[in-house]
Design a protein around this ligand. Structure first.
Ligand code: MN
Length: 485
């Protein structure tokens, strides 16, 4: 026979204005949740999760490890649905670490841990502290990649960023850890407010020296506060004791399902900023177990310099959804730049450059950073074409291809030559006009390609038409930079 002895404590800390952590000490089920979200949403998320977890686990046919996982998924759905239903709670979520007494296939009893986020479970066994959970956090990924050390992670600016949280998506991946419990084991569940302030050595020191789980829980919270208390701190200590002689396989008494009321509504639920300790827990443990509620601690004055609204929220939640969104934006911006480059460089134009008629690739005046480049320079000068064509050439006559640009120049030259041939050096009046206009009619191609200045699309118009596209492309880049974590 074994018995469980449980102690718990929670505190708002020295900096935050409200406690978004929740703890659960129920019938063979213990949990810590650390909510996130603006205003009261964080508190709602953690409270909803813990309540739904307990209800689902209670309702399950058999108390297996799978049932624990299903209960966590039910809690996820409950938080997600609440977030969808209330505009102000959109995006809220919570961490969750839960320890449960579970039945194995052979009807023996064991323990299992389910976890999401950066709340942790530790095992203290024979003087040694082992972290059982691996944080679902950005810095943990950096540690796994070997990019930073544990020490660097502790001070990393993005140490609050989670890679997985409960309630932010309709379905969540739950880490389930089966345990081989032994008599004398001491399990610690805590929110990140504890390890952020208290080292593993100090935690092990307290767990090793304080026999009573309730005293140990309070001591750990006190220690975190004395080290700065920058976040809410929540601790649950669960001791597995032999109820008589013998060890080995643990045969825990069947849990009494008499527990009815939930010990969730702790005193400072309405966020007045008061400190509160764990709720009274009697009647929620398997028979033989003893739970001791932490006595309320005196209030401490809050430092005047704190900016509670700023600090009580976790920074952005890093998700793969965000990463893929950023990637999509990059592809979009890249596509816009590509299209712009194609637009800017796909055409040619004929103009006067350094006194000669020349063909440039690009658009007159360029498009943003895509300037035109010289494709071909001809030996012809301004005197090789009719004077009125100069207006057209100075602004640049756009042609869709190099060969069409060449044709346009040939036509200009031909036009001038014909005009010169038709009109003798001694200028005449009316006949010249008639002939000159008839000579123009002989080059219909030129008419089609090189429209007179009045009807030709002014190249500047096309350039300015492009600019808004380019501007919106660069705006998107800025936005992307702004939203990226
Ligand atoms: Mn926290």
């Amino acid at each position: 026979m074994s018995k469980l002895l449980v102690g718990s404590a929670t505190d708002v800390g020295l900096v935050r204005s409200n406690n978004q952590d929740q703890l659960l000490v129920a019938d063979g089920l213990y949990a810590v949740a650390d909510g996130m979200g603006g205003h009261a949403a964080g508190e709602v998320a953690s409270a909803t999760a813990v309540r739904a977890l307990e209800a689902a686990f209670e309702a399950s046919d058999e108390r297996s490890a799978d049932a624990l996982r299903n209960a966590v998924m039910a809690a996820n759905r409950a938080v997600w649905e609440q977030a969808q239903a209330h505009r102000g709670m959109h995006g809220m979520g919570t961490t969750l670490v839960a320890l449960a007494v579970v039945e194995r296939q052979d009807s023996t009893r064991a323990l299992a841990i389910a976890h999401i986020g950066d709340s942790r479970a530790y095992l203290y066994r024979q003087g040694e502290l082992t972290q059982l959970t691996v944080d679902h956090s950005y810095v943990q990924e950096l540690i796994d990649d070997g990019q930073i050390s544990q020490a660097q992670a502790a001070v990393h600016p993005q140490r609050h960023v989670l890679t997985r949280a409960l309630g932010v998506e309709p379905v969540v991946d739950v880490d389930l850890i089966p345990l081989e419990p032994r008599h004398g084991d001491r399990y610690l569940l805590c929110s990140d407010g504890l390890p952020r302030e208290v080292s593993d050595e100090e935690i092990a020191g307290v767990l090793g020296s304080e026999q009573d789980p309730s005293t140990a829980a309070n001591k750990l919270v006190e220690l975190a506060i004395s080290h700065g208390g920058s976040d809410n701190i929540t601790v649950v200590v669960v001791d597995l004791l032999a109820n008589g002689a013998g060890g080995g396989v643990i045969t825990m008494p069947a849990s009494s399902r008499t527990a009815a009321t939930l010990p969730l509504n702790i005193e400072d639920k309405e966020g007045s900023g008061d400190r509160a300790t764990g709720p009274p827990l009697a009647g929620h443990q398997p028979s033989g177990a003893l739970a001791v509620a932490a006595p309320p601690r005196p209030r401490r004055p809050r430092p005047a310099s704190a900016h509670p609204y700023e600090l009580r929220q976790r920074p952005t939640l890093f998700t793969w959804r965000l990463a893929s969104f950023v990637a999509a934006i990059c592809v979009l911006v890249g596509g816009c730049i590509g299209a712009l480059a194609w637009y800017a460089r796909s055409t040619y134009f004929v103009t006067i450059s350094r006194g000669k008629i020349a063909i440039f690739q690009g658009r007159p005046g360029g498009v943003l950073w895509f300037g035109p480049t010289l494709a071909e320079r001809t030996p012809y000068t301004a005197s090789s074409v009719l004077p009125y064509r100069m207006v057209q050439l100075r602004s640049g006559q756009v042609e869709p291809s190099l060969s069409q640009a060449r044709t346009f120049i040939r036509n200009l030259i031909a036009e001038k030559v014909e005009a010169d041939n038709a009109v003798p050096a001694s200028a005449r009046g009316a006949p010249r006009r008639a002939r000159s206009s008839s000579s123009k009619a002989k080059v219909p191609k030129q008419g089609a390609k090189a429209a007179p200045p009045t009807t030709a699309a002014p190249p500047k118009t096309s350039a300015s038409r492009v600019k808004p596209v380019a501007t919106s492309a660069s705006t998107t880049t800025t936005k992307q930079g702004g939203t990226a974590p």
